[in-house]
Design a binder for this molecule. Structure first.
Ligand code: FMN
Length: 194
């Protein structure tokens, strides 16, 4: 599909201006908007179409219960400081909606684990960009809790699977300055034969 110049510009603006927003408020996407973003995510490159990525939505009403799970996960990792455990219980309230992006790893002769993990990374970026295009903002977070085997088990994962992201989703609480220009030359060069 070829696009008009203005469509191409709009798409690149959406990519370039995506930024992580820590302060997120209502509204969160409705189910139709969320479905659009998940559809975009699930088009990510995926070697042998193993479909490693799963999304789990934590709705606004579920945030307190999910916060309790995060505290249990931290305790599972050995944290005993009650102020740290209380702090993590509040984390889900940083946004109206959380979306967990999971990677279910398969042992496959042609597709190493890292390719499956990268596929989830690509899916997450598509997800963030779709939300951004629909007027929402987000922040991809992780934290110590993603290492908790107890939390993985609660999410139906095996130990080798990954909680690849805890994505905070909502609407930006305030306007933020546009992303600065990127000096791509510092990050690319033409290959030279040795
Ligand atoms: C896998 C992954 C995990 C991340 N976890 C966190 C996190 O726990 N806390 C945090 O502040 N930023 C985290 N970040 C970084 C932010 O998502 C964000 O990319 C960074 O702040 C740069 O901002 P930008 O997205 O506006 O360029 C993580 C990024 C990735 C790719």
């Amino acid at each position: 599909m070829s696009m008009t110049d203005s469509n191409i510009e709009t798409i690149h603006q959406n990519i370039h201006q995506r930024q992580s927003i820590g302060q997120l408020v209502e509204p969160a996407p409705n189910s139709e908007q969320l479905e659009k973003a998940v559809q975009a995510a699930l088009t990510a490159p995926d070697h042998h179409r193993l479909k490693p990525t799963r999304f789990v939505i934590v709705t606004p009403e579920q945030r307190a219960a999910f916060g309790e799970q995060l505290a249990n996960a931290l305790a599972d990792l050995g944290e005993t400081d009650s102020s740290q455990l209380d702090r993590v219980k509040q984390h889900p309230f940083r946004a109206p909606m959380l979306v967990l992006a999971l990677t279910t790893i398969q042992d496959h002769p042609k597709v190493p684990h890292f390719e499956q993990i990268l596929s989830t990374g690509a899916a997450i970026q598509n997800f963030l960009l779709s939300l951004q295009a629909q007027g929402f903002a987000s922040m991809w977070r992780s934290g110590a809790v993603v290492e908790s085997n107890w939390l993985k088990q609660q999410l139906g994962l095996k130990e080798q699977d990954l909680i690849s992201g805890i994505i905070y989703v909502g609407t930006a609480a305030k306007a933020i300055p546009p992303r600065a220009e990127i000096d791509s030359q510092a990050f690319m060069k033409t290959w030279q034969a040795t």
